[in-house]
Design a protein around this ligand. Structure first.
Ligand code: FAD
Length: 616
């Protein structure tokens, strides 16, 4: 009973993805996680998806992950972000009922017979013959593979004003740090920090002064086997509040009380997820910031004010919250805080997320220095699949950065030492016209097929791919004569003269003034065909972007050719023409190719130019 094939330490977003996919291979899997915290719990923003992250949730869904299923079931407000921009950067975002999300995660995992959930704290991990020994507060376990998904808990320290308490998150004890957990094996810890805002009593807010944002019924569910527009839970609104000069003045006047700015916190926070202190002190001229007031759950009486995470003393948090319109009488139920924790140096990991020096040990999620549920879940899936594939002697699952955001993230993490928490956003991808939400099945299908699993998801994908090919052919081969009465139907869309010649459906979809999705629906309907709406959307948007994607692919191919070029890192390290900082980074990472060199954080274009000129 105490012996497992794969043990996952931590039952957060990374842990449940890792366990679920590993269990699909029939292996004996355990999740060992601290008591008192539900599986898949959300200690911060109760939402899933968003810019660059909605894409990850759909990638996970197409690969066979669970985040999309859980988000649909717990979704209480659905939106598409960037809907006024191009399709490539549009992302779905779902506000979740955080309790319901965790209840659904518990249900899903407990229904998988070959996953054992152990609610104990892990104290130490020791290498033993052909396995690891995992010592918990209660007993010891043996396991062939370990996946560490311990979030913000390693040596966690919480800060609110001058108060400093050990803990992984509010109300939770910390875990031993990396060097204590692995006293017999060496791992390199860094310190990062993240923060969370105060939670407000939902009955103390004057919603009439805030802008309401209702749920959008036209947003598709994440899970491809769910009815696209079915809602599992009652839908509620989010609200928009704003800071003002008084709010920011209160924060600026208390700078010396901020643990992040008075030297109390040493860990580095995410540049792209700034606290309200960051905003106040770094941008002294900007006083108006959006604050989204979001429900934490249908039955919970707290609202999450997104955008004002803080570690300022309680009385300062109270003052700045109440300075905002609509929040004049707001009561704080839980104060904001920052948490500092150990993370691993991810250049010690392979693309499978296995440790380079310690075979059979994998790391995924926030412990890898990322921030966000989706990033954690994406890594959990990759670590879980690879641990299982490796035990079965099958090829590893490595997603290309050219085809997925998960691939972008893992390559970025493993090729660079991170000096701040890593978040995904669309600009991280060189190929974002292709790696969109709408075509995830097309992009992920070959990877899912590689897992050799045969579930309803696989049947759905096979059918989808077949119909996709048929519809592409229809678009290329069907000509619409200029005399067609259908042309008249487009009149409302824009300039009618653009349709005065005979065109293929593909050409019509590329007309700049026309919405390709609704146009394809009409063109297909006119020909008496019926297609599922997600398929039509994928084809229409793919056709629209094809020429641009081809152009960016040819640029990418040229770059890729350079990427494979071997370089001599030692001569770069010794070169006097290259800055000290770049040489230091090269000396640490020891890149073997131009591509690896290019990906190193902080490598300047001038360095690349010197290296390229030498090599050519
Ligand atoms: C205060 C705070 C603020 C945050 N702010 C943001 C934000 O603004 N934006 C954002 O996107 N994300 C934020 N996050 C991060 C978000 O919570 C994580 O990205 C996400 O939960 C990471 O998932 P994970 O699976 O890696 O770890 P977690 O969800 O943290 O799960 C870790 C699990 O490991 C278990 N565990 C830890 N140590 C042990 C041990 N020794 N033995 C057994 N079990 C153990 C814990 O019980 C927990 O269940 C914040 C987190 C916190 C705590």
């Amino acid at each position: 009973m105490n012996t497992f094939d794969i043990t996952i330490v931590g039952g957060g977003h990374a842990g449940i993805e890792a366990a679920q996919i590993a269990s699909q291979f029939g292996l004996n899997v355990s999740i060992i996680t601290m008591p008192g915290i539900g599986l898949g719990s959300a200690p911060c923003n109760p939402s899933v998806g968003g810019v660059g992250k909605g894409q990850v949730v759909r990638e996970l869904d197409a690969l066979g992950g669970v985040m999309g299923i859980l988000a649909d079931k717990a979704g209480i407000q659905f939106r598409v972000l960037n809907d006024s921009k191009g399709f490539a950067v549009q992302s779905s975002r779902v506000q979740i009922d955080k309790d319901l999300y965790s209840v659904e995660a518990e249900k899903l995992i407990s229904n998988i017979p070959n996953i054992t959930v152990v609610r104990e704290k892990v104290l130490e991990i020791k290498p033993a013959a052909d396995c690891f020994e995992v010592l918990t507060t209660e007993r010891s376990y043996r396991t062939k593979k370990i996946i560490m998904t311990v979030g913000t808990f390693l040596n966690g320290k919480l800060h609110t004003g001058t108060s400093q308490v050990s803990g992984g998150r509010v109300g939770c004890e910390p875990s031993n740090g990396l060097t204590t957990l692995f006293s017999e094996i060496k791992t390199r810890p860094y310190r990062f920090k993240t923060g969370t805002p105060p939670r407000l009593d939902k009955n103390s807010i004057d919603y009439s002064k805030l802008e309401e944002q209702p749920s959008d019924p036209a947003v598709r569910n994440f899970h491809c086997l769910h009815e696209p527009f079915h809602r599992f839970s009652r839908q509620v609104s989010c609200y928009l509040a704003k800071t003002n000069p008084n709010t920011m003045e209160i924060i600026r006047a208390n700078k010396e009380k901020s643990p992040m700015f008075n030297g109390q916190i040493k860990g580095v926070g995410a540049r792209y997820c700034p606290s309200i202190e960051d905003k106040a002190y770094r941008y002294p001229d900007k006083n108006i910031h959006h604050v989204f007031i979001e429900p934490e759950g249908l039955e919970l009486d707290t609202m999450y004010p997104s955008g004002i995470s803080s570690s300022l003393p309680k009385e300062v948090q109270q003052d700045y919250v109440r300075s905002m319109e609509g929040l004049e009488n707001a009561e704080i139920k839980v104060y904001g805080y920052a948490v500092e924790y150990d993370v691993i140096d991810t250049t010690d990991l392979k693309l499978t997320l296995e440790h380079v020096q310690i075979p059979n040990l994998y790391f995924a999620g926030q412990v890898n220095g990322t921030s966000g549920y989706e990033e954690a879940a994406g890594q959990g899936f990759i670590a879980g699949s690879n641990a299982a594939l490796s035990l079965l002697g099958l090829d590893p699952l490595i997603l290309s950065r050219h085809e997925s955001y998960i691939g972008v993230m893992i390559e970025d993490l493993t090729s660079n030492t991170r000096d701040e928490p890593y978040r995904l956003f669309t600009a991280r991808s060189e190929n974002r016209l292709f790696i969109r939400e709408d075509n995830t099945v097309i992009r992920m299908y070959p990877y899912r097929a590689q897992l050799l699993l045969n579930t309803p998801l696989d049947s759905y994908q096979r059918k989808f791919i077949e119909s996709y090919q048929d519809l592409l052919e229809f678009c290329d081969e069907t000509m619409i004569p200029e005399t067609s009465p259908l042309m008249k139907e487009f009149e409302g869309d824009g300039e009618l003269q653009q349709l005065t010649r005979r065109m293929s459906v593909t050409e019509i979809l590329r007309q700049a003034w026309l919405n390709p999705v609704s146009a394809l629906e009409r063109l297909v309907g006119y020909h008496g065909l019926s297609i599922q709406s997600d398929l039509g959307r994928t084809v229409a948007i793919s056709k629209k972007y094809d020429p641009y994607i081809k152009r960016s692919e040819s640029q990418y191919e040229k770059l890729k050719k350079m990427d494979g070029m071997r370089i001599d890192w030692e001569s770069i390290f010794a070169s006097t023409n290259i800055s000290f900082e770049c040489r230091q980074r090269v000396g640490r990472i020891k890149p073997e190719t131009f591509g690896q060199l290019k990906l190193i954080e902080g490598i300047r274009p001038a360095t690349l130019a010197v290296v390229a000129a030498k090599a050519l």
